[in-house]
Ligand binder design. Sequence first.
Ligand code: PGA
Length: 248
Amino acid sequence: MKLQVFDNYDQVSRRAAEIVIEESRKHPQLVLGLATGSTPIGLYREMVQVYQRGQLDFSEATTFNLDEYYPITPDHPQSFRRFMQEHLFDHVNIAPERIHFLSGTAADVESECSRYEAAIEAAGGIDIQVLGIGENGHIGFNEPGTPFHLKTHKVALTENTIQANSRFFERIEDVPRHALTMGISSIMRSRKILLLASGEKKAEAIKAALQGPVTEELPASVLQLHPDVTVMVDKTAATQLEGVPYKA
Ligand code: PGA
């Protein structure tokens, strides 16, 4: 894993955007794996700004989002689909038919998950997968204890994740208790992975992911086994790392 520590969140976002944009210039048919949450908002903001300056063309790109609550309608204010529309899709020229999302309203969850895996495969696999990390080390909605071999599947959210995500909902009871998520094995098949983290709350998970044992108890630790992962963090998220000279 390559580690890059930046002074602040904006620098993490800018550098992550540069990587995505460089790749998309080299390869306009880029297949991008995208994440939701607070962490990638700065990356999307940068991408939108570069697009608005006329320096980015996403007309041939394809996207796959990592996860979606279940059940939830796509137009629900807290759906991940809505989040992506607001932060990225409404502002750049990604073709709607090349935006892929897990459906939070699918009646048959198993066939929805297989449909998604097949769509990723049909697109030629994911070139760059953007990931945040949960305070408990989750990636996507793969909570601690998720077997590494799972592909896209339905999960029950942990109390920790429900608490963390309740900040976006009026009441904690409104947070859906389940989600559909790409599995660890789906994520690990991406050719390149960018793991982003910012803030002290993520410092322990970052330390465990990078320097702890590879264990299903800390899902992000699996990334130690991937050949091309760049971990981009601000210095507050790097405070627990050993042997990293750059300290907050
Ligand atoms: P956050 O969430 O970016 O909102 O902190 C990351 C995650 O839980 O994966």
